[in-house]
Design a protein. Structure first.
Length: 303
């Protein structure tokens, strides 16, 4: 597999995002993977691959990691190509996080970028630690043989012995430093992880994707991630907020619909009035009352 679509300096965020979508399409084509089988194998929602391939959704790190794994298995991509794919994903997140034209999603992408960097740090430190342990094992075996020869009275090369002792000490120190660094990186990943293993950023006007992500995250126990998506949604245009709340109600996610209304209630009076008007137009007076503060949590009555 070759990667011809390198990301160029100064390239716009949306152009970079489209390039990565093309890269995902290329990987599926060259590996011959079934998108349905991929979604089922890794427990992604139906249609997730299509959304990523058509640039309607920014994939999660877990999505990219699974795709790279399949490409390594089915297409035999080299470690260098796999690293290039990860770098391209990170570059895309950096451009999206810094995109001034997408203020509503830039914070989300910035947190995804932080999650990506922490995960890659853990991966690289784990690989380096494994290589160090392998080298330490070899030096320890050599050192053990030299010590056995010394104890049996056999002649030794003192310079070699000193060199092995020095290498052993250096490797032990390196092992300790890598373990400490990996522990810090893993702790940071756990603390700062925003989206769990399931999240992806929905398209700005795709209320169905927002609802799907929130429901899935709740089921996985990733409540902070679900709340973050709701907060991002609460800042979207009034029509999107109302649509998402109604869809949440249809999936019986009444508490999340209420949370969304509570978050959106801090917007301007004009926006709140517009959202309430849209909800009353479809006769959902409970949600309209919620955003206008007439029905504060906890629920006064069941919807």
């Amino acid at each position: 597999m070759t990667l011809d679509d390198d990301i160029e300096p100064g390239e716009g965020a949306q152009a970079v995002r489209e390039k990565f979508a093309r890269l995902v399409r290329e990987m599926f084509e060259q590996t011959g993977m079934s998108t349905n089988a991929f979604e089922q194998e890794y427990q992604f929602g139906d249609g997730m691959v299509s959304k990523v391939q058509t640039n309607k959704q920014v994939p999660s790190f877990r999505f990219v990691e699974a795709l790279v794994h399949e490409a390594e298995t089915l297409a035999g991509i080299t470690p260098e190509v796999a690293e290039h794919i990860y770098d391209s994903y990170g570059d895309m997140l950096e451009r999206l996080a810094a995109d001034p034209s997408a203020k509503r999603t830039s914070t989300t992408h910035a947190r995804m970028l932080g999650d990506f960097k922490n995960r890659m740090a853990v991966r690289h430190l784990t690989a380096e630690l494994a290589a160090t342990l392998y080298e330490l094992e070899g030096v320890s075996e050599q050192l053990g043989r030299y010590k056995a020869d010394r104890d049996s009275g056999r002649p030794l090369d003192e310079d070699t012995m000193k060199s092995l002792v020095r290498q052993h000490k250096e490797l032990v120190v390196r092992r300790g430093a890598l373990v400490a660094q990996r522990t810090v990186a893993a702790r940071e990943l756990h603390r700062a992880q925003t989206y769990g293993d399931f999240v992806a950023v929905p398209a700005e006007t795709d209320a169905a994707s927002v609802v799907e992500a929130v429901v899935r995250l709740r089921a996985a126990g990733q409540h902070g991630a679900a709340d973050h998506i709701l907060r991002a949604t609460a800042a979207r245009p009034p029509a999107d907020v109302a649509d998402t709340a109604l869809r949440l109600r249809k999936t019986q996610a009444h508490r999340d619909a209420s949370r969304l209304m509570g978050m959106a209630s801090h917007r301007s009076e004009r926006d709140v009035a517009e959202i309430a008007s849209l909800l009353r137009a479809v006769r959902d007076f409970w949600l309209a009352d919620r955003i206008e503060g007439r029905l504060p949590p906890p629920f006064r009555k069941k919807p």
